[in-house]
Design a protein around this ligand. Structure first.
Ligand code: IMP
Length: 364
């Protein structure tokens, strides 16, 4: 068996859940390596539909180990709720492991996500789940990690390190009352009960799986054009969904990843703001949205729809080092006599073959 990274080649929502599900059947370990519950997979098994935001969809198979890697930002409230909903459906989660190094989304991250988005003159259209603010704290080195939930004292220490910064901003900039240390700790100690038994050094677990020649599937969330480095900045998420992010986000060496499979939809969609060259504002766009059920798994927002953009996908092939492509949702286009494919952009009389960095160029 081998190590495969699976990534989205567009703006997310490429139908990765479907391909993950197919590949997970053959893998032994399924790993999430970045993002958080801004993602959403809809997996349909028989008559049942499962909407998962954080837990890898491999959990629906009884014999797979499912890992939430260190690169993921974990909202313990969401994780506990997702585990409970799986238990209610009689799905065993004893094979779910969470990296001790994963950062936790705290109540102040969610508050700040909403307040910052409201304050922005130019909206990003974030999912409001606290993802960006959590990564900000990670890089500011005031993040709270899953390992901190192992004791009340360590959780208190970690939250106390962050809270003065967060409260000062919340109160002085946003007129928000802020958060009490004891209340936050109390709430998170309750989640700790369900989460701490699943905490482990997931990198070590993966290392052992590799030595045992197990099949490992690294499951990217979002997509290439939402990557904080390679996406349509600033209309991006705060992590690296591209394949390069899989190594540090899972705790593997880059040379351990043998295949990089890109998932591509037969048309393009986007949630949130930002330029979208092939966007359709007509009845065809509406038809694609309806037939493709293009409404967000996480926020329920209608997705913007447009034709397939080969300039974008070529770019995704390059920045991910794709070794293969899996195309989804081709049947959505069955209702159309003919379809269009964008093969290059035209900008001020010039033909552009490569995806531009400047959003103004992309917009025009
Ligand atoms: P954030 O990740 O909540 O900070 O949102 C940043 C941008 O990424 C927004 O435009 C979101 O709509 C978009 N986004 C985040 N996660 C997903 C996803 O799973 N699918 C599609 N768009 C996403």
């Amino acid at each position: 068996m081998t190590v495969i990274a699976l990534v989205g080649t567009q703006w997310g929502d490429e139908g990765k859940g479907k391909i993950t599900d197919v590949l997970a059947a053959r893998a032994d370990v399924v790993v999430r390596y970045q993002g958080g519950n801004n993602a959403g997979h809809t997996v349909v098994v028989g008559d049942e539909t499962y909407k998962l935001h954080l837990i890898p969809s491999g959990i629906l198979y009884p014999d797979k180990a499912c890992l939430i890697g260190n690169g993921v930002v974990v909202d313990p409230e969401v994780l506990c709720a997702e585990m409970e909903s799986l238990h209610r459906a009689n799905i065993d989660t004893s094979n779910l492991f969470i990296s001790e190094r994963a950062h936790l989304i705290m109540p102040y991250h969610k508050a700040l996500d909403e307040l910052e988005e409201a304050r922005r003159a130019e909206k990003i259209g974030t999912t409001g789940r606290g993802i960006g603010p959590c990564y900000v704290d990670k890089y500011m080195r005031i993040g709270v990690r899953a390992v901190d939930m192992k004791s009340r004292a360590s959780l208190e220490r970690a939250v106390a390190r962050a809270l003065p910064f967060k409260n000062e901003i919340l109160q002085k900039v946003y007129n928000h009352p802020g958060f009490e240390l004891e209340e936050v700790v109390e709430e998170y100690m309750a989640y700790a009960e369900a989460i701490v038994p699943r905490l482990t050094d997931t990198s070590l677990l993966l290392h052992q799986a590799r030595l045992d020649e197990k099949g490992i599937l690294l499951e990217g969330a979002q997509g290439t054009l939402l990557d904080v480095d390679h996406g349509t900045y600033p209309f991006v998420t705060a992590s690296n969904p591209t394949a390069g992010g899989a190594a540090p986000g899972a705790g593997l060496g880059p040379n351990h990843i043998k295949h990089v499979l890109g998932v591509v939809k037969a048309y393009t969609t986007r949630v949130g703001e930002g330029p979208f060259p092939t966007e359709l504002h007509d009845a065809i766009g509406d038809l694609i949205r309806e037939r493709g059920k293009e409404f967000g798994t996480t926020t329920g927002r209608p997705r913007r729809c447009g034709w397939f953009d080969a300039v974008m996908v070529r770019y995704a092939v390059r920045v991910n080092g794709l070794t293969g492509l899996a195309m989804t949702l081709l049947d959505v286009l069955d209702a159309l006599e003919s379809i269009k494919v964008c093969v290059a952009y035209e900008y001020k009389g010039e033909r552009l073959e490569h995806f531009p960095t400047d959003l103004e160029t992309l917009k025009e």
